[in-house]
Design a protein around this ligand. Structure first.
Ligand code: HEM
Ligand SMILES: *[C@@H]1O[C@H](CO)[C@@H](O)[C@H](O)[C@H]1NC(C)=O
Ligand SMILES: *[C@@H]1O[C@H](CO)[C@@H](O)[C@H](O)[C@H]1NC(C)=O
Ligand SMILES: *[C@@H]1O[C@H](CO)[C@@H](O)[C@H](O)[C@H]1NC(C)=O
Ligand SMILES: *[C@@H]1O[C@H](CO)[C@@H](O)[C@H](O)[C@H]1NC(C)=O
Ligand SMILES: *[C@@H]1O[C@H](CO)[C@@H](O)[C@H](O)[C@H]1NC(C)=O
Length: 532
């Protein structure tokens, strides 16, 4: 009966006063911190690639993709930057973007993108996930990048250019010469140069363990570490942009030596310095965006985060079923912990007092397994699904709070707001023609939304998904015998997924709301056959 729950929901920013719920920040936080994600699975293990023994790794392609997308930035007029323009084949086919690493990165990035996460945000998340999952430092992440609608002007440096051209190129991107050395060393901790796109730099290797003939920048090509610097300084490096036979294309040699090796010596001496420098430079690289883009604050994990919170009204309108999850950040599962849920309804501020149950799985990890969070369900599960609490529909529910080992968690008294004004109604049913279904949405008589609609997510790769709204007609009268009235729409029986959406008139204009859960007319709308 419960809709298929989407876990890509819920979670805000700590430090700065950020209040749950905020769907976009919740989605960004979850993509950043609730592993596994599409992105983390693509770099686990760290030498993951499309084929085995290729000598290549997704981690390398993803970091190079982020740099090449950003490298079109022009600091003089604020155009270009990390805006997803690398997704266009026209940009990928330029000589400065030689190789198939960008095309290889796109499927992962588009799968992680959503109505709330742009392609550009997803590219930034991919680079961060790759580095954090494979040995590297934590990198601060901001979201809300806007995707370009056209390719950007060229601007990516190439290995045959001279040092002055590279200094000028990085200056245009907003980085000094020393920062250029750092950024190139950080990037070239992963991967290498392949024969196919660069036959004049790397020969065909005929190596069954390196089928794509990638000559690596260091001996640990899928681990983020300072070996790129230690091997360079010790003179043992095999970096093809340092020891290549044709000095014209030895760009790393010119760049690394351009300050008399001071920066590289520092990196070789200290992995900590390498990590802190890379973290700061890579964050700046990812935050180099077109001037019209407004980035969020750094996304940090919410210590106590509800997720997938959903309400459904029973067909007889007497009971609201509340289901959902709770995440305790950086708190490993512990069977002796007491976690309770309280809630406020329309008449009183303190209601319920339910013991929450460890979810299955009871924990998840973040940031390359550095942090473990525990998860709870609001009720025991019924046959593997997420359990629900039965609440009195008339009293409804306005916000949640939690008590963790005696400590109240309620966002400093605000509570975690829950919307009971527009909920899925279990009176939804399948028509007797077996071709259509009646989708019922219960609207609280006191809620007065200006519109109620179904949201259908439209995927149009390589762009980020968008939302289509299908308005549900307002019923001719309200049900005066109940606190809820039913709005209905007939739709084909199908596996198309819908969120329920509504628009309310807030003090600052129209405010949109959508449910965390998705419903399909063939699956979730199976309250039985509609009455004749
Ligand atoms: C003057 C600046 C740079 C030049 C000339 C340069 C050049 C190159 C070349 C020729 C390759 C081989 C690509 C292939 O075979 O597919 C490469 C790979 C790579 N570059 Fe750079 N690069 C520069 C800066 C950067 C920066 C700033 C980053 C990131 C912060 C970066 C990240 C990477 C990565 C991760 C790879 C490995 C890709 C793979 O193995 O598939 N590069 N670079
Ligand atoms: C070295 O590389 C440059 C740039 O690709 C090329 O123009 C030149 O012919 C190469 N030199 C030799 C000796 O192969
Ligand atoms: C930098 O270090 C490398 C490796 O020790 C050395 O070959 C090179 O000459 C040095 N470059 C400068 C400019 O000192
Ligand atoms: C996200 O960007 C849009 C414009 O593209 C802006 O209106 C909005 O305020 C930004 N959101 C945040 C949280 O900064
Ligand atoms: C909730 O129930 C627990 C266990 O019975 C009790 O210790 C606690 O005081 C109750 N909390 C509230 C707010 O009623
Ligand atoms: C939890 O779910 C069970 C099984 O559906 C139900 O019987 C019970 O009433 C629920 N608990 C509460 C407090 O609603």
């Amino acid at each position: 009966m419960l809709g298929a729950f989407i876990l890509a929901v819920s979670a805000p920013v700590l430090g700065t006063a950020y209040t749950w719920p905020a769907p976009q920040l919740d989605a960004l936080e979850a993509a950043r911190f609730d592993l596994p994600t599409t992105l983390s699975l693509g770099v686990d293990p760290c030498d993951s690639f499309f084929t085995t023994s290729s000598g290549r790794a997704n981690v390398a392609d993803w970091v190079r993709t982020a740099y090449h997308d950003m490298a079109t930035y022009n600091s003089e007029d604020g155009t270009g930057g990390l805006d997803g323009s690398i997704r266009f084949t026209e940009e990928q086919s330029r000589p400065e973007n030689a190789g198939d690493g960008f095309a290889n990165t796109m499927p992962f990035v588009t799968l992680q993108a959503s109505r709330y996460i742009s392609i550009a945000d997803s590219i930034a998340l991919a680079a961060i996930t790759a580095i954090e999952s494979c040995g590297g430092p934590e990198i601060p992440f901001r979201g809300n990048r806007t995707d370009a609608t056209h390719p950007n002007s060229p601007g990516v440096p190439e290995p045959q250019q001279d040092l002055d051209a590279h200094i000028a190129s990085f200056k245009k991107q907003g980085f000094t010469k020393e920062e250029m050395i750092g950024l190139v060393a950080c990037g070239h901790s992963f991967g290498g140069v392949q024969h196919a796109p660069f036959p004049d730099i790397v020969p065909e290797m005929n190596d069954p363990d390196n089928k794509e003939s990638s000559q690596h920048f260091d001996s640990t090509f899928f681990t983020f570490d300072n070996n790129v610097a230690t091997e360079y300084i010790s003179g043992t490096t095999q970096n093809p942009l340092v020891v290549g036979l044709n000095d014209t294309t030895n760009s790393d040699k010119r760049i690394f030596g351009s300050d008399g090796n001071v920066t590289m010596q520092g990196f070789a001496d200290s992995q900590d310095l390498f990590f802190s420098t890379c973290s700061a430079l890579l964050a700046r690289m990812l935050d180099t965006v077109p001037k019209e883009t407004t980035l969020t604050d750094v996304i940090t994990p919410l210590p106590v985060k509800p997720a997938s919170v959903e309400l459904q009204l029973d067909a007889d309108k007497s009971t609201l079923k509340l289901s959902g999850l709770l995440r305790l950040w950086n708190t490993p599962a512990d069977p002796t912990r007491s976690v309770r849920l309280l809630y406020a309804d329309h008449t009183s501020a303190n209601n319920g007092n339910y013991t929450l149950f460890p979810a299955n799985p009871p924990s998840s990890t973040s940031v390359g397994n550095k942090y473990t969070s525990s998860w709870y369900w609001y009720n025991r599960t019924i046959s593997g699904g997420i359990g629900a609490l039965a609440l009195d529909a008339e009293q409804g529910i306005t916000s949640l709070s939690f008590v963790v080992d005696g400590k109240v968690e309620d966002q400093d008294g605000v509570g975690f707001k829950v919307e009971d004004g527009v909920v899925f109604s279990k009176s939804s049913c399948i028509k007797r023609d077996f071709k259509t279904a009646r989708f019922d949405v219960a609207v609280r008589n006191s809620a007065s939304p200006t519109r109620v609609y179904l949201e259908q997510i439209q995927v149009h790769s390589p762009d980020a998904p968008t939302v289509i709204e299908i308005d549900i007609p307002r019923p001719s009268s309200v049900d005066a015998d109940s606190v809820y009235s039913i709005w209905s729409i007939e739709l084909p029986l199908s596996i198309v997924q819908y969120h329920i959406g509504a628009e309310f008139l807030g003090s600052g204009g129209a405010v949109k709301y959508s449910t965390a859960a998705v419903y399909t007319t063939s699956g979730s709308v199976s309250g039985g056959l509609c009455p004749e």
